[in-house]
Structures are given as C-alpha cells and as structure tokens.
Design a protein around this ligand. Structure first.
Ligand code: HEM
Length: 198
C-alpha cells in the first residue's frame, strides 16, 4: 500500500544524521580522554564521560571515527548541494527572522505547523553546527599532520592555536548537542520524523 504522508526527511539524510551523531559522540568522548593526557587548560575531564581508557586507546577510537565523520560529512554536503536542499532548507536566513523566531520561541509562541520547514533559529543552529564541524575537522588535520597542512596551521595560529580552536569548537558542538536534545524533548514528534522520515 502506498504511503500518502509527505516525506519530511529523505532516507539518505536520516541515515547520515544518525551516522554523524554516533561519530560525533565517539569523537567527543575519545577527544576528552586525549585531552586528559595533557590537561593543557588546567582541569581534567571525569573518566565516566571519556572513551578509550588511556591515551593510546582513545587515539584509536578518535582516528577510526574521524574517517566516518569526514566521509559522512563530505557526502552530506555534496547531497545537500546537488539536490539544492541546502538552499531550500536553510535559506533565506536573516538576523531579523532569527531574532523574531528566537523571541517567539522564548515566549512559547513558535508554531511547528509545517514540519517540512525549519524556522530561522533551527536554520542558524544547523548551519552553525555544520561550520563548527568543518572547523573541528580542519583544526584536527593540523593536530594530526601539522607539517603537511602549513597554511591551515598558520591560519589557526600555529599548532597551539589549532589545539585551542579544536577544544573550543568541541565545546560549542557539545553545547549545540545539549540544546538540540532539549528541543527534541520539547517537540518529540520531530524525532519520529528523523527516524521514520514521515
Ligand atoms: C550528536 C550530534 C548531533 C548533531 C551534530 C546533530 C545535527 C543535526 C543537524 C545538522 C540537523 C539538521 C539536518 C538536516 O536537515 O540536514 C539535525 C536534525 C535533527 N536531529 Fe540531530 N544531531 C545530533 C544528534 C541528535 C540526537 C542524539 C538526536 C535525538 C535523540 C537528534 C535528533 C534530531 C532531530 C529530531 C532532527 C530534526 C529536527 C527538526 O525537525 O528540527 N539529533 N541534527
């Protein structure tokens, strides 16, 4: 029997969203364990939210998940560009629309009538996280192979600069995830759409 409900998220997007979520969680948890080997910001991360057990184990997780994150991210970007989904779903976006929707959300008056459209706050948040993950990958490349990527290294303020950028971009991604999960809890049917597509 044919399903007449409109498709909100195509299959490729849902698969990529969940692969990305898994890769991001592995990257963050193993990254925190790697951070604990140097503690360059002066505080240690609780072991319970780290992955890998020790520096060597964490590096193995980090290097395995980075291929998944990178490959998935490139295909996601290509699919969004070639299908014109990027232009349709995330634009237009203006500061005026962003502040109007943010204000409406704070007052509890942001309508979710049309699930095929993202509001301006969602558009901004999703574009932000795409750029943030791109920055994480670029700064990660510098930390991994700093000699092979001299231009990116210098743009990010050298090896130590790239290290700080990598950490704070991770912190921003973690903050996004917390807000993202709260939003999903507030409007749980969006989770059904991201699982079933309809
Ligand atoms: C952990 C890292 C995660 C990242 C970086 C992330 C990122 C994103 C992005 C960029 C989108 C927009 C996708 C698009 O339309 O192209 C999205 C949508 C969505 N995500 Fe995530 N996500 C993450 C984890 C999760 C988790 C764990 C859940 C649920 C438990 C979740 C639930 C959803 C839902 C329901 C939507 C559609 C929301 C809507 O209609 O506004 N995400 N996510």
């Amino acid at each position: 029997m044919k399903n007449s409900e409109p498709v909100i998220h195509p299959g490729w997007l849902r698969a990529m969203h969940w692969i990305n979520a898994l890769a991001v969680v592995v990257m963050i948890m193993s990254g925190l364990q790697i951070y604990n080997a140097t503690v360059f910001l002066g505080f240690a991360i609780p072991k319970s939210i780290t992955l890998g057990g020790w520096l060597g184990g964490a590096l193995l997780w980090h290097f395995a998940a980075m291929w998944v994150l990178g490959a998935n991210g490139i295909v996601y970007l290509c699919m969004n560009l070639f299908t014109r989904r990027l232009a349709h779903k995330f634009f237009p976006l203006s500061p005026k629309a962003f502040f109007a929707d943010a204000l409406a959300a704070l007052k509890g008056r942001l309508a979710h009538a049309d699930p095929t459209q993202y509001n301006a706050v969602q558009r901004a948040a999703y574009l932000f996280v795409m750029l943030d993950i791109a920055l994480l990958i670029l700064s990660g490349l510098v930390l991994w192979k700093s000699v092979q990527f001299p231009l990116v290294r210098e743009l990010l303020g050298g090896y130590e600069g790239a290290r700080l950028v990598h950490f704070f971009a991770m912190a921003a991604l973690s903050a996004f995830i917390v807000v993202h999960l709260v939003m999903v809890l507030l409007v749980p049917r969006t989770l059904v759409y991201m699982v079933r597509g309809r």
